[in-house]
Every structure is written in structure tokens, then in C-alpha cells.
Design a protein around this ligand. Structure first.
Ligand SMILES: Cc1ncc(C[n+]2csc(CCOP(=O)(O)OP(=O)(O)O)c2C)c(N)n1
Ligand SMILES: [Mg+2]
Length: 540
């Protein structure tokens, strides 16, 4: 790297080296020098309507590609607005670099107007909150990139005072460190009962073992090893929502998604097992408290420091390597037959169909109808609420990184921005399934999708309510308070933002709306699906 580079050009250079082609952000005076440096050689700056959405766009892009997402804000109100999406990346274990400008260094220690201590603001929601300074920017940038991408990945925030961007870097010349999980051999940790080949003995002795896969398996590219172990040992595979597709959901040993629709059927399966082998599963995805007494063999990139579930034995390291090691020792007949797993899946299907209202547009039908109309390789995002719980189960995923769900922070307002981030980052059509509440939080981002010529399909589960919270109020016996969603004319709103809009009230209307949705469209399409919420109520 040229030692005459400014901090702004060095930052742009490092981002390009790390494979970042787009920074999602919102401008302010403090960051114009960086945006100018990026204009001259990249990465491209994509302006969102709000900083909060920019961070979710970056998260969606990173979820889709497996690379590092990047977002940008100005000081003070820009940085505070960025916060939710940054916290989301950390709890969703998505590598994200968030950059905020700051007032000039000479005023930073006493100024009050628009001044927020960004280091303290971001510390609780990031793995690292640091500052770029000319004397150390080179090392700090490498540290930021490595920290964000190291297991478990998450967000790093960098504050840069506006004058620092224009300063000449001292030193420099570093290259981007390795990004992503380590590829080396796993390490074994035993609890009190650990003797030699304890994990292998546990697996050999188990008669009804179940695999529970999560985001660590996706990040380690463990799909093939997972499928092979499932087949050889005859183990049903339950996955976390953020790992959907790590095992193709038409695989005979696929056993469903944890804590999504029909969740009791999955918990019953786990409770009846005699060993749960986790595979990069992350307890951040648990919605239901862990009440099982079944022994757990914890396989992950990270030791079981959370202790949300106890595990007497741990295999720590690259998940694909660890599963291959287990596979080498799998012996004897498959523990579960394919027919037994198929019977479980049939019960699960009954679970997520429960409450079906004949003659109405049911949420499960919206999901399955959109799935049927979507070409192979379609990327689906959801927002947060009852529709997510349904889509997390009823949507059939065939490959990882094609279903983008936030199940860590689970912040409403994720779905549409994440769809935009995914659509600009990779091939394949993109569908967003959103509730009317979460859609309302971010609907103006449709103008960004229209500006970028993205043929997104956005399906709004229109029920006039914050359904998930309404159900909770009803279950508590409380009258409904503050959980109605104001009805707006969604197709008209969509059209005013440069999109096509249509309202449907039944399956044939939905099919008709979808019939032209995926044929070379460059305008986003918003479908308001007026649904009946009986299924949600029956399954709560
Ligand atoms: C930013 C944020 N605020 C509040 C919540 C709490 N919350 C979870 S689900 C939900 C209701 C979502 O309503 P809607 O988007 O209409 O989806 P639905 O449940 O109706 O499918 C709320 C308020 C949240 N997860 N995120
Ligand atoms: Mg709703």
C-alpha cells in the first residue's frame, strides 16, 4: 500500500481488498471525504432512506454472500440511527463493519452539538468499537476485519473524526488478514465424564440420536458432511431458522426448523431422542427455553460458553471437519429409518397447517404459493412476527444463504432492507415476506429498490395487526391495546414509490399476481395479501 495514502483512501482500499463492493449508508458532512475516496475506485456507496435500513441492507448482503457487510453513517443522529442494524449483525452472527464519522479531533473532547460518545454507544452491541487514527489505522483496519469475521462473527464499529479521513497514513502496507472460520482440525473438550474417544462412544451408544444444525454449519460449509452423517448414522436433522438450507429440505433426513410453526412437534422429537449432536447450532436462536434432559454433544466453532443448554462433551473447531471425524466412526445400522423421519415430517406439516380456515387466504398458503411460483435459486427474506414463524417452517429451502431470517436480535424492519442488500449482491430473484407492521417501518426503502432497478417481489401479510403481540395480549386475557396496524392502501403506496402494487384476497389472485412476477422484471412488485389469522391463533 502506498504510504502517501490518506486514511479515507486506505479504508476504501482495505474494503475492496476484503471483497466489499458496496457500502450501504446515509451521508453527513463528517463522511464526505470517505465517500469521495470511495467514488474514485470503489466501493460503491448506496444511499438508503434511513441509516437503520442501511445497516440491515449490509447485513442482508453479508448473509447472502458470506462476506463482510459494510454500512456508513455520519456522527450523532446518524450513528444512533444505525444502532439496531449493528446490534442485529452481532446477535445474528453476521460479519459487519459499521463506520461513523465524528466531529473534528480538535473539538471532540469538549463539543456538545450532535456529539455522542460512539465508542460507548456501540460497545455493548459489537465485538469491537474502535477509532481510526493516522498512526494506527493500518493495524486497526486489519483488526476490525479479522474481529468481525472471526468466529462467532458479528459487528465492529469504527469512529473516524472528519479531519482524520484527510490525514496521511503513517506506516501502512498491510494486507487483509484471513477472513472467516478456521479450517484446521477440531479440538476436543470433555466435561467431567471425558475419557479419550468420548464423543465417538456417545454416538455409538445412542439409539435415537438427532442432529441440531445452526449457523456455524453454514459458515463452515458443513452441508455435505452433515448430509453424509445423517444418512450413514440415520439421524434426523433439525435446523435453526438462520441455517435453513444447510441440509436441503427435501432430504429424507430433514426433520424441520426449530421454534418455527409447529414447534411442539420438533420439541417432542428432541425430547424423545437419547443424544442431541449440535452442529454449529447457536442458542441465540432459541425462542423456547431449553428444558430437555437429553445429553448433548456440542459441536461448534466456539466452546459452549453460553451454557443455555448443558453439554458434557464438546468438539470445538471447524464444524465440517468435526462432522467428518464423527462420520468416520459411525457404525452399525442407521438409527432412524427414512420412513420414521417421513412420519415425523407429516406430523410437523399437520402442525403448521393447524387452524386452516377453508375459503380464506391462509398464511401457510401464501408461503407455499409464493414458493411454488419462485424459480430455483430464489432468495427469500422475512421480517419479524407471526409471518416469520410460519415462513420459517413452511418455506422449503434447498440451499444455504437463500433464506435470510433474523433470529438473533429478531428486529422488525429487517426484511425489506435485507432483500435489497441481497438483491444487489448476488444472482437470483429475491422475495421478501413481511408483516404489515414491519413493512410499514421500512416501506419507503422501496424507492431505493426502484432506483436500483431491482425486480424484488415483496409480499405483505396484511392482517391489520401486530399479530404476534396481539396473540400474546389475548393469551394473557388482556384487551387489545396498541397492537392494531393502521390500514394504508399498500398498492397505492407502492406505486407512489416507483413499484407495481396489487392486492389479493385468495390463492388464485395470488397465483395470478405471481404469474408475471419473475419474468425479467426491473420494477419491484408489492403484493398485499389480505390474510386470515386463524392459523396463527391456533398455533400460538
Ligand atoms: C423493532 C422491533 N420492535 C418490536 C418488536 C416486537 N415484535 C415482535 S413481532 C411484532 C409484531 C409484528 O407485526 P407485523 O409486522 O404486522 O407481523 P405479524 O406478526 O402481524 O405477522 C412485534 C411488535 C420487534 N421484534 N422488533
Ligand atoms: Mg401484521
Amino acid at each position: 500500500m502506498d504510504s502517501e495514502r490518506t486514511v479515507a483512501t486506505a479504508l476504501a482500499h482495505y474494503l475492496c481488498q476484503a471483497g466489499v463492493t458496496r457500502v450501504f449508508g446515509y451521508p453527513g458532512e463528517s463522511v464526505v471525504d470517505f465517500m469521495e475516496a470511495a467514488r474514485d475506485g470503489g466501493p460503491a456507496i448506496i444511499a438508503a432512506v434511513r441509516e437503520a435500513s442501511a445497516a440491515f441492507m449490509a447485513e442482508g448482503a453479508a448473509m447472502r454472500t458470506g462476506g463482510i457487510g459494510t454500512c456508513l453513517s455520519t456522527l450523532g443522529p446518524g450513528s444512533t440511527a444505525l444502532l439496531n442494524g449493528v446490534a442485529s449483525a452481532t446477535l445474528d452472527r453476521v460479519p459487519l463493519l459499521a463506520i461513523s464519522g465524528q466531529v473534528e479531533s480538535s473539538r471532540e473532547q469538549y463539543w456538545t452539538h450532535q456529539l455522542v460518545d460512539q465508542g460507548r454507544l456501540f460497545a455493548p452491541v459489537t465485538k469491537l468499537a474502535a477509532r481510526l487514527e493516522p498512526g494506527s489505522a493500518d493495524t486497526v483496519l486489519r483488526r476490525a476485519l479479522r474481529t468481525a469475521t472471526a468466529e462467532r462473527p458479528g459487528a465492529v464499529h469504527l469512529t473516524v473524526t472528519t479531519d482524520t479521513f484527510g490525514m496521511t497514513m503513517q506506516g501502512g502496507g498491510g494486507t487483509v488478514p484471513p477472513l472467516g472460520p478456521a479450517t484446521g482440525s477440531p479440538v476436543f473438550y470433555g466435561g467431567v465424564d471425558f475419557h479419550g474417544d468420548e464423543p465417538l462412544r456417545q454416538l455409538r451408544d445412542a439409539r435415537r440420536p438427532v442432529l441440531l444444525a445452526g449457523g456455524g454449519a453454514v459458515r463452515c460449509g458443513a452441508g455435505a458432511a452433515l448430509a453424509e452423517l445423517a444418512e450413514r448414522a440415520g439421524m434426523p436433522v433439525v435446523v435453526g431458522a438462520m441455517a435453513k438450507g444447510v441440509l436441503s429440505e427435501d432430504h429424507p433426513y430433514f426433520a424441520g426448523v426449530l421454534d418455527m410453526a409447529g414447534h411442539r412437534v420438533i420439541w417432542d422429537l428432541l425430547a424423545a431422542s437419547d443424544l442431541i449432536v449440535t452442529a454449529g447450532f447457536d442458542a441465540v436462536e432459541l425462542i423456547t427455553p431449553w428444558r430437555l434432559g437429553v445429553p448433548v454433544l456440542h459441536v461448534d466453532t466456539t466452546p459452549n460458553t453460553d451454557q443455555v443448554y448443558p453439554a458434557a462433551t464438546e468438539i470445538v473447531g471447524n464444524v465440517a471437519a468435526a462432522l467428518s471425524w464423527l462420520l468416520a466412526s459411525a457404525d452399525g445400522a442407521p438409527r432412524w429409518s427414512e420412513a420414521e423421519v417421513a412420519a415425523h415430517r407429516a406430523a410437523l406439516r399437520e402442525g403448521w397447517q393447524a387452524g386452516y380456515a377453508p375459503g380464506r387466504l391462509n398464511p401457510s398458503e401464501v408461503v407455499t404459493t409464493v414458493r411454488s411460483a419462485s424459480p430455483a435459486g430464489t432468495v427469500m427474506t422475512t421480517d419479524v412476527g407471526s409471518h416469520k414463524i410460519m415462513a420459517g417452517q413452511a418455506w422449503t429451502a434447498y440451499a444455504p444463504r437463500e433464506t435470510l431470517i433474523t433470529n438473533g436480535l429478531s428486529a422488525m424492519g429487517f426484511g425489506l432492507p435485507a432483500a435489497i442488500g441481497a438483491a444487489v449482491s448476488g444472482p437470483g430473484p429475491v422475495v421478501c415476506l413481511a408483516g404489515d407492521g414491519g413493512f410499514g417501518m421500512t416501506a419507503t426503502e422501496l424507492a431505493v429498490a426502484a432506483r436500483l432497478g431491482l425486480g424484488l417481489v415483496v409480499v405483505v401479510f396484511s392482517d391489520g395487526s401486530l399479530n404476534r403481540i396481539e396473540l400474546h395480549q389475548a393469551a394473557m386475557g388482556y384487551p387489545l391495546t396498541a397492537t392494531a396496524v393502521d390500514r394504508v392502501d399498500i398498492p397505492v403506496l407502492a406505486e407512489s414509490l416507483g413499484c407495481d402494487g396489487v392486492r389479493v384476497e385468495n390463492v388464485s389472485g395470488l397465483e395470478k399476481a405471481l404469474s408475471t412476477a419473475f419474468s425479467g422484471r426491473v420494477r419491484p412488485l408489492v403484493i398485499e395479501a389480505r390474510i386470515d389469522t386463524s392459523q396463527y391463533a391456533a398455533q400460538y
